[in-house]
Design a protein around this ligand. Structure first.
Ligand SMILES: [Zn+2]
Ligand SMILES: [Zn+2]
Length: 182
């Protein structure tokens, strides 16, 4: 079990980074910015607004490059659509989470009609939320698996930030862009 958890965490982890050139709005220098790690951001995310986690600066004048990175993320990813495999996974989770309460209602209805629904049956109500959590984890795992593959054969996806609520990745081997939702 702990082995499984370890594998899960490994799969879910993504590498933060930034390896696309930016033009500094202060000194006009165009280059790959200096990457100083990343910081957590807890802003509300709406529509197509970008969220940058990487801390970036201009290699020439050391200006903070967050605004430039935000504009670049929008430019790169706004027309990028979520891959079909990811879309069908999202569809499945909608069906799953909508289907669960319906299934429950059907079970209760049937139980009352058939006469086996008594106080003890309510224990099964307590079990259901326990089932949903692992299913949600599994779903996230299957989405994460999409960024372990690339046409170039050497996938190395860097997480560049969020556009709205979708995750923006770029394969640093071949430059392929990948936009995912979970
Ligand atoms: Zn500069
Ligand atoms: Zn690639």
């Amino acid at each position: 079990m702990s082995n499984l958890l370890h594998k899960y965490r490994q799969q879910m982890q993504h590498e933060h980074g930034w390896d696309v050139e930016l033009t500094c709005s202060d000194c006009g220098h165009t280059a790959r910015p200096v990457y100083h790690g990343w910081k957590p951001v807890s802003a509300m995310r709406f529509g197509q607004s970008p969220t940058i986690y990487a801390i970036l600066s201009c290699p020439q004048c050391h200006k903070n490059m967050q605004a430039e990175a935000e504009a670049k993320l929008v430019e790169l990813f706004q027309l990028e659509s979520i891959p079909p495999q990811n879309k069908s996974l999202l569809m499945q989770s909608v069906l799953l989470f909508a289907g669960m309460p319906l299934l429950l209602l059907a079970m209760i209805g049937w139980g009352i009609l058939a006469g086996w629904w008594d106080a003890k049956a309510f224990i099964s109500l307590a079990i259901l939320p326990g089932l949903v959590a692992p299913l949600a984890l599994l779903q996230n795992y299957r989405v994460a698996r999409l960024r372990n593959q690339c046409d170039c054969g050497e996938p190395r996806y860097l997480f560049m930030g969020l556009l709205g609520r979708s995750y923006c990745y770029r394969c640093s081997t071949c430059g392929r862009l990948l936009r995912l939702r979970d």
